[in-house]
Design a protein around this ligand. Structure first.
Ligand code: CS2
Length: 487
């Protein structure tokens, strides 16, 4: 199909019919503004064989946007004062897994495929958020393990394709997780091997020995594209691009240099290849994402639709600094990382007025995010004999969010795979904040077992929750920023 885009803008001068070397699961906006751009740069520099076969595991929305455009789309980079547009050409097209499972399996099992990258969000791995182990009770995982129909989950597709590769005498591929999970390579490896072990221990051994699961830290703020964004682009450019993505100038990808098979020379495209990613992951998850989640709940409750608006509200910037002062004590110094400079840059990024990053978007899937963003730092500080009032206010705000009602009494949907558990906890406590905090902390999938006995933290959570219920988020943040306490 002839691409509709690109008649007026420059597209990279590379042959788009070259081999597909990457299959990507989860072709959402983040992938299109991040990994796909690095591969676009790589091929524009002359390296061949890295076209991306995109795949969506659930909906056909992105395939419907990108396929009629021949996989092309515009990336709009907004620095706060203006924008630049770039057409990205690295995605061949997008398969819709529920409709085309055989096509996806055959792309994965193709000899040219060297690398599978994933942005399936935290919940797409079907892990227990607290322990990080594959959740064998998850209904979709159980269905995939039964093998009675085509796979539906990422582990199901990957294990099935790896089996096909082994049976054909091919090498496995490298599986590169690009989601915001700590030790994402290790977690992915154990989930995939555990899945395989259920039915074929020899396959699990082969995967463990021959495949590679590098960890990676990905960073770029990519708000969901809105219809207003599509319209604004159409007024500037001579086309309407259904697949456009908007993002900030900042981009970072740190990848553990642990590949099997051919490895793309990502370092020539701006990727940091390193022996270990853990330090970067921790710093990013606890500083950027920790503050993001806290801002999402507090900001949204205080009536701020966007992150930059929340950052501009009284006390919020100071609160973020206080949260970072706490989180930073849990990070050890490492080469290439200057915490103060990083924090300064983060503030500028959060304050970018043109991104319009919705607090509600970040609030999604909190149960999957809380452990690595806030709870881990509180736990580490507890071990250091330190309290964590700012981080605990973030947790209290997440608890307040589980009431599924804003400060004007308007109901909203808590978009979270464990919402049934958190809402049951809220219901069981019958409005009492102390009981609510206790009931939520008792959810081991999120809090593991150690917080139950941590009276200090649980009290801090319930004090924060009470303040939010009594005084509202705007007032609570403002007085916390001034006094360091919740009331
Ligand atoms: C955000 C992230 O939605 C969220 O949970 O915190 O998507 C964040 O924008 C990215 O991790 C930035 O790299």
């Amino acid at each position: 199909m002839k691409p509709r885009l690109g008649s007026r803008l420059n597209t990279p001068a590379y042959d788009r019919s070259q081999a597909v070397g990457v299959v990507h699961l989860g072709t959402g906006a983040f992938h299109r503004a991040h990994q796909a751009v690095y591969f676009d740069t790589l091929m524009a520099q002359g390296e061949t064989g890295w076209m991306i076969q995109g795949a969506s595991l659930r909906s056909d929305a992105i395939a419907k946007q990108l396929n009629p455009q021949g996989g092309l789309y515009t990336m709009v980079v907004q620095d706060g004062s203006g924008e630049t547009d770039q057409i990205i050409s690295s995605i061949k097209n997008v398969l819709v897994a529920p409709q085309q499972p055989a096509a996806l399996l055959s792309a994965l099992a193709h000899a040219d495929t060297q690398l599978v990258t994933l942005t399936v969000t935290e919940k797409g791995y079907h892990l227990d958020p607290a322990s990080g182990a594959l959740n064998l009770d998850d209904p979709l995982i159980r269905a995939d393990l039964s093998g009675q129909s085509a796979p539906r989950t990422a582990p199901g597709f990957l294990v099935s394709a790896l089996k096909a590769r082994r049976d054909k005498g091919l090498t496995p591929f490298t599986i590169l997780s690009c989601d915001n999970l700590p030790h994402n390579g290790v977690l992915t490896c154990s989930a995939i091997c555990e899945f395989a072990r259920q039915s074929d221990p020899a396959l699990a051994d082969w995967i463990e020995k021959e495949a590679a699961f590098p960890s990676s830290m990905v960073d770029r703020i990519v708000p969901a594209t809105t219809d207003a964004d599509l319209k604004a682009l159409a007024t500037r450019l001579p086309y309407r691009d259904e697949g456009m993505v908007k993002t900030e100038p900042f981009t970072q990808w740190v990848v553990e240099d642990n590949f099997c098979g051919r490895r793309p020379a990502l370092e020539t495209a701006g990727v940091t290849m390193t022996k270990t990613v853990a330090d970067w992951e921790h710093a990013k998850l606890r500083l950027l994402n920790g503050a993001h989640s806290a801002l999402a709940y507090l900001g949204s409750l205080a009536g701020h639709e966007y992150v930059d608006q929340a950052m501009g509200a009284p006390g919020f910037e100071r609160f973020v600094d206080m949260l970072w002062d706490e989180a930073v004590t849990t990070l050890k110094p490492f080469a290439g990382f200057d915490a103060d400079a990083y924090r300064g840059e983060l503030k500028d990024r959060f304050c970018n007025p043109s991104l319009k990053h919705r607090t509600f978007q970040i609030a999604m899937d909190g149960s999957q995010k809380l452990p690595q963003r806030l709870l881990g730092a509180i736990r580490d500080r507890r071990a250091q004999g330190l309290t964590s009032p700012a981080l605990s206010l973030g947790v209290g705000a997440w608890m307040r969010w589980q009431y599924a009602q804003d400060e004007h009494g308007q109901s909203f949907v808590v978009d979270d795979p464990l919402a049934h558990m958190t809402q049951e906890a809220v219901r069981s406590a019958d409005g009492n904040p102390v009981q609510t905090a206790k009931a939520l902390v008792n959810i081991e999938d999120i809090f593991a077992t150690d917080f139950k006995d941590d009276v200090h933290s649980t009290t801090a959570f319930s004090d924060a929750l009470s303040a939010l219920l009594n005084a509202g988020a705007a007032q609570t943040v403002q007085s916390f920023a001034e006094t360091g306490s919740y009331s």
